[in-house]
Design a protein around this ligand. Structure first.
Ligand code: FES
Ligand code: FES
Length: 155
């Protein structure tokens, strides 16, 4: 079954015809070409596909595209402002929060949601915010440090 849906992604209004069984991740990556959100497990376990959905972190692989009708979505591509990286992105670069980088978009989205709620999170709060994001490289210590530093330069 086909559905006509409309949503806002990274500030832009979009209209699509989607299938009932199509996921939001498929639409974002394959229809829109926004490949920041990654396919990892496709079962809601790894967080590589995380996006902000009406301000909440969701696994886009677990959201059916028709459910996104009317939603406001932000992907990792929406964090930078024009040519200026978000402080979280800068900090991940400066403090080695990225090794292979596969988890980084999801980590950045979870960190962005955390900093929207809490301006100066403690380490424990950062760990809790990242509980749904797995890093196969084991870069957790540097990811946490990157978020701590970015919280001091938050905009
Ligand atoms: S790809 Fe969505 S949670 Fe792993
Ligand atoms: S940096 Fe490689 S998966 Fe996290």
């Amino acid at each position: 079954m086909k559905h006509e849906i409309e949503f806002i992604i990274n500030g832009q209004n979009m209209q699509f015809t989607v299938d009932s069984n199509q996921t939001l991740l498929e639409v974002i990556r394959e229809e829109l070409g926004l490949t920041g959100a990654k396919y990892g497990c496709s079962t809601g376990e790894c967080g590589a596909c995380s996006v902000l959905f009406n301000g909440e972190v969701v696994n886009a692989c677990m959201v059916l595209a028709p459910e996104a009708a009317g939603a406001e979505i932000i992907t990792v591509e929406g964090l930078a402002e024009e040519d200026e990286l978000h402080p979280l992105q800068k900090s991940f670069i400066d403090h080695h929060g990225v090794q292979c980088g596969y988890c980084a978009p999801g980590m950045l989205i979870s960190a962005k949601a955390l900093l929207s709620r809490t301006s100066r999170p403690h380490e424990e709060e950062i760990r809790e915010a990242l509980v749904g994001n797995l890093c196969r490289c084991g870069a957790y210590a540097d990811i946490i440090k990157s978020i701590q530093v970015a919280s001091r330069a938050r905009r």
